[in-house]
Design a protein around this ligand. Structure first.
Ligand SMILES: *Cc1c(COP(=O)(O)O)cnc(C)c1O
Length: 394
């Protein structure tokens, strides 16, 4: 099997697995208990908090552990919105291609009376900082722009956007789920007030993540109950998951330079190979993208058929086409970069891992080429395109 869907989830590293298992076996106490077995769990928890904080340039008190990226996004946006509402500031700036954890939270706030501006991400899939500057109004309480897009991998000018928000005294949140552990992220250098991360995107366990909230940024609870996480997130902490997340993050960041360099070479080889397929196009900026992300559109085919046939060949990938996402419309990300429906339906995301080999890249290129040709062989759209009844877009 060639696993090329690391943007959906990653395999846990051996270190993360060992850490998790040993804590489940030995350190399973409740960190809120006063006896030493509980306090041992508390120590593990606080050591993980120190580690995670240190790895992104934060302090331990600025880290709240959550159940993952979605919860962190919800809490960050809700917190900024509540603080804004209290001051009569009910305008939020975001982008059209955010993750649904962000977009759906914004939609819910819109129903509560908030005004939302979604910025264009242009053909290259990059938010223009000058447009952020223009969109900020006197009543803006939050700007939320993702660090790197989960579908097309484009990396945003976060530092510049953060600097603009800081100058205008507007809170800045970034969904850094795809970035953390893959490219350098530092909350101080990048001028970030709120940041979301998820362990299972960097070889940690699913169901664990964190929210960074800069000192002085007030958080609103999503989950009420006990006083865990300094009263900001009730519920007995997932100590094994949190410790495994810290171990996975440390590991990912320490091997980032070699891993990213290797992946970028493999990514570019894959891009070059897939470009040879006629009537295809890369989605998103060619260089300002995550080292592991390749996303293409192939005219005249359906992404879901492509995925099923690739699965037959042992390749795990993903598509932004309709059926796979369980809705009628193709990916909002592909539409946001200006792909028309027909073209967006024929999309393929390959998110490679750190250990991908040149031979695997070449077999992906071969397999995709064969499957695209095969599917076009009985595609009515392709027949019309070839007969000149329809115009090629790509
Ligand atoms: C995966 C992902 C999320 C959701 O994280 P979960 O931990 O699965 O809830 C949010 N944002 C982005 C960009 C993601 O890729």
């Amino acid at each position: 099997m060639i696993y090329a869907d690391n943007a959906a989830t990653t395999k846990m590293s051996d270190l993360a697995l060992d850490t998790m298992f040993s804590i489940m076996k030995e350190g399973w106490g409740n960190p809120s208990s006063l006896y030493s077995h509980g306090q041992k769990a508390k120590e593990i928890l606080e050591k993980a908090r120190e580690d995670v904080a240190g790895l992104i340039g934060a302090t331990p008190r600025e880290i709240v552990f959550t159940s993952g990226g979605s919860e962190a996004d919800n809490q960050a946006i809700r917190s900024a919105a509540e603080a804004g509402r209290a001051k009569g500031k009910m305008h939020i700036v975001s982008s059209a291609f955010e993750h649904h954890a962000v977009l759906h939270t914004l939609e819910a706030l819109k129903k509560e009376g908030f005004k939302i501006t979604l910025l264009d991400v242009h053909e290259n899939g990059i938010v223009d900082p000058s447009e952020v500057m223009e969109a900020i109004r006197d009543d803006t309480c939050l700007v939320t722009i993702m660090y790197a897009n989960n579908e097309i991998g484009t990396v945003q000018p976060i530092r510049e956007i953060g600097a603009i928000c800081r100058a205008r005294k507007v809170l800045f949140h970034t969904d850094a789920v795809q970035a953390i552990g893959h490219i350098p992220v530092n909350v101080v250098d990048d001028n970030i007030d709120l940041l979301s991360a998820s362990a299972h995107k960097f070889h940690g366990p699913k169901g664990t993540g964190f929210l960074y909230a800069k000192k002085g940024v007030k958080l609103t609870n999503l989950i009420e109950g006990g006083a865990q996480e300094r009263g900001k997130r009730a519920g007995t902490e997932n100590v094994p998951g949190i410790a495994a997340m810290a171990a996975a993050l440390k590991e990912s960041i320490s091997s980032m330079p070699e891993n990213a360099a290797h992946m970028a070479i493999m990514r570019d080889r894959l891009i070059r190979g897939l470009k040879q397929i006629p009537h295809s196009a890369l989605n998103g900026d060619e260089t300002k993208r995550l080292p592991g992300n390749v996303n293409f559109c192939f005219e005249g085919i359906e992404g879901e058929s492509l995925l099923l046939l690739l699965d037959d060949k042992g390749i795990c990938a993903s598509s932004g086409s309709a059926c796979t996402s369980g809705s009628l419309d193709p990916s909002h990300v592909l539409l946001a970069i200006g792909r028309v429906h027909d073209v967006a339906h024929g999309s393929l995301r390959l998110s490679i891992g750190e250990d991908v080999t040149e031979a695997e890249i070449d077999s992906i290129i071969r397999a995709v080429g064969e499957v695209v040709e095969y599917l076009r062989g009985f595609s009515p759209i392709w027949r019309d395109l070839m007969a000149g009844k329809k115009k090629f877009i790509l």
